[in-house]
Write a protein that binds this ligand. Structure first.
Ligand SMILES: C[S@@+](CC[C@H](N)C(=O)[O-])C[C@H]1O[C@@H](n2cnc3c(N)ncnc32)[C@H](O)[C@@H]1O
Length: 266
């Protein structure tokens, strides 16, 4: 039997792929097992644009955080944050505002522990185990409360999480976060669309082998922002969201199988 890496503790299910570890594999990270890599290879075969999409999504995350810091937002709650990768929220925010506060929340213990390791000793950021669908717990979590003051604007990032769940679960959860956020808070979303062959291929692969998946039309995605005001240019393909250099967006943006955007609580 091959020895498991030292981050595989008792609470890690080594028999089934995990979303966090699969994503880490696709991003070129180090926290994945053969079961994750096997699914990752199938996903890349089924959807050849997947790795490009994931990288474009990470670039969006960085542009969105820089935009938010520019708007004076200095608190970030990243839910379904994943296993920390280069260019995470805290690195990007601190590059422009070293006083910014960041709370990472994930349901996967590998993601949370790795976050705790890299943030150890820094009182500006925490990494906490939590479930997006338990908003009251997250908003009342004492660890999160050490860094985030919900009496001031917060940017809530929910990137590449929502398409694993149906609207019946997602919309009440988003409404609960929106209720509690003060005006000037923001919501960042990245959501799979139903209009590319890559998205359809991932949908059937995941449903067959792995987990629930929900593809949404553009209208269904826009409806997720109910109660928020979209920040220009709204929900768009990742390279089109406030590109650093608009002249250089030359690839066909519509081949990306998700849309991204920001919205503000009025
Ligand atoms: C596809 S990854 C996206 C990671 C990161 N947000 C990004 O876009 O780079 C989705 C993450 O959501 C986490 N997740 C899945 N269900 C969750 C839930 N109910 N609550 C919190 N996190 C969850 C997974 O463990 C995984 O780390």
């Amino acid at each position: 039997m091959t020895a498991q890496p030292n981050w595989v503790t008792e609470d890690v299910d080594t028999e089934k792929p995990s979303i966090a570890r699969l994503y880490d594999y696709l991003l070129g990270g180090k926290h994945h097992l053969e079961v994750d890599r096997e699914l990752g290879r199938k996903a890349i075969r089924a959807a050849p644009g997947l790795v490009l999409l994931i990288r474009a999504n990470r670039k969006f995350l960085r542009r969105a955080v820089r935009y938010l810091v520019g708007q004076g937002v200095d608190q970030f709650l990243d839910i379904g944050s994943g296993i920390p990768a280069r260019g995470s929220v805290h690195e990007t925010a601190w590059a422009s505002d070293p006083k910014a506060r960041v709370a990472y929340v994930d349901i996967d213990p590998v993601a949370v522990r790795h976050g705790q390791e890299i943030l150890a000793g820094d009182d500006r950021a925490v990494s906490v185990l939590g479930d997006f669908f338990e908003p009251e717990r997250i908003l009342g979590d004492p660890e999160i409360g050490k860094v985030i003051d919900f009496g001031r604007p917060v940017a809530v990032l929910v990137l590449n999480l929502i398409h694993f769940f149906p609207d019946t679960k997602v919309r009440p959860a988003l409404a609960a976060y929106r209720e509690r956020l003060v005006p000037g808070s923001h919501l960042a979303l990245s959501v799979a669309t139903d209009d590319t062959s890559d998205a359809l291929a991932i949908d059937s692969l995941y449903q067959e082998e792995y987990t629930e998946f929900t593809l949404r039309s553009r209208a269904q995605i826009d409806a997720l922002l109910d109660g928020f005001e979209p920040v220009e240019p709204g929900m768009v393909y990742p390279p089109l969201w406030r590109p650093d250099d608009p002249e250089r967006v030359t690839e066909n943006p519509e081949r990306y199988s998700s849309v991204v955007g920001l919205a503000r609580k009025p």
